[in-house]
Design a protein around this ligand. Structure first.
Ligand code: SF4
Ligand code: SF4
Length: 321
């Protein structure tokens, strides 16, 4: 059997999705038997020009992880879409924008100010921020253009399959690779994960307890048997797609929501808000306000992984309709 051609790319990402490919352990050898790697910046050295020189649809499978934050991410997303038969959005950043997507709470200017200018210990006396083009005596230097808005992969190109997770569990990744290799493909657009909320696969007891206060994880010792949300610590399970095996809640850590919204849910954040509201033990507006004021970083909690694909998408700019 002819070997498949495999490409792996990272856009705006931390590298964890690449590590989850390495976490396939000895199955990596199997991948080596089945496929030739034509692009994988972490592990191999082919150049973009090698990909550009290929006929369209030559790559059998492309695993694209990371969000689209800059012009290089967009250019390579478009290139790999053209060259690939199957394009998989791998991990929460590619699927929903992920943690980099929280940058949509700010704009480019604010981010550059915070990173390069307004620092307590700032060696940047000339107040230089990255520019897409700079002319130096030797010629013109270029950098990718940093966009104002972070997008998911599907917001810029057509995607065939989605494997969520921060990082995606290796067993789901292997399931997808096996399906592709065997030609036993799920319908286009499938999310290789569960189709119900994480609470359905969580082993903890739910007793319908209501709460009078919300606490941070660092301030409590959680009972390992009882629903975390019912102990007054925010757990994103009710608004998050299952399929990970409830790996965080089994380790006594609340779900942070990395599998993204549940099938057909419009917005993970509002769904979580509704689940949390129904947990509060009060009808008194003033008391409810006091309780909800205890929720630290609401935007980062409700939309930690999914802001770019939410109904909000990004913070509105001044003067924007
Ligand atoms: S809210 Fe969290 S801890 Fe409670 S049942 Fe759902 S996933 Fe489990
Ligand atoms: S429990 Fe939640 S945060 Fe943890 S891996 Fe599963 S979906 Fe992601």
């Amino acid at each position: 059997m002819a070997k498949l051609k495999l490409a792996v790319y990272w856009g705006a990402a931390c590298g964890g999705c690449d590590v989850s490919i390495l976490d396939l352990h000895e199955k990596i050898l199997k991948i080596g038997e089945l496929a030739d790697i034509v692009l994988w910046p972490l592990a191999a050295d082919p150049k973009y020009s090698d990909i550009e020189a290929m006929e369209d649809k030559t790559i059998d499978l492309c695993l694209f992880n990371g969000a689209v934050r800059n012009s290089e991410n967009l250019e390579i997303a478009e290139l790999l879409r053209r060259k690939s038969k199957i394009l998989v959005s791998l991990g929460s950043c590619a699927c929903f924008g992920g943690i980099p997507g929280l940058g949509n709470l700010f704009n480019k200017k604010e981010i550059f100010n915070s990173v390069y200018l307004d620092r307590e210990f700032n060696a940047n006396e000339e107040q230089i921020v990255p520019k897409a083009k700079v002319t130096v005596p030797e010629g013109e230097l270029t950098l990718p253009e940093f966009y104002n808005t972070v997008s998911s992969l599907e917001q810029v190109v057509d995607v065939d399959y989605f494997i969520p997770g921060c990082p995606p569990p290796p067993d789901l990744l292997w399931k997808a690779i096996e399906a592709i290799v065997s030609g036993n493909l799920p319908p286009k657009g499938s999310v290789i994960a569960g189709d119900k909320a994480l609470c359905h696969e969580c082993p903890r007891k739910r007793e319908g307890r209501k709460v009078k206060e919300f606490k941070r994880l660092v301030d409590v010792i959680l009972d390992e048997e009882i629903c975390i949300l019912e102990q007054g610590v925010v757990c994103n399970g009710p608004a998050t797609r299952g399929g990970c095996g409830a790996r965080c809640v089994r380790a006594n850590i609340p779900c942070r929501g990395c599998f993204g919204p549940i099938e057909d849910a419009l917005d993970q954040g509002t769904q979580l808000l509704s689940a949390i509201a129904s947990t509060i033990d009060s009808d008194n507006p003033e008391e409810i306000k006091k309780i909800t004021d205890q929720l630290a970083d609401p935007a980062g909690t409700f939309y930690r992984f999914s802001l770019p694909v939410s109904m909000l998408k990004r913070r509105k700019e001044e003067g924007e309709e």
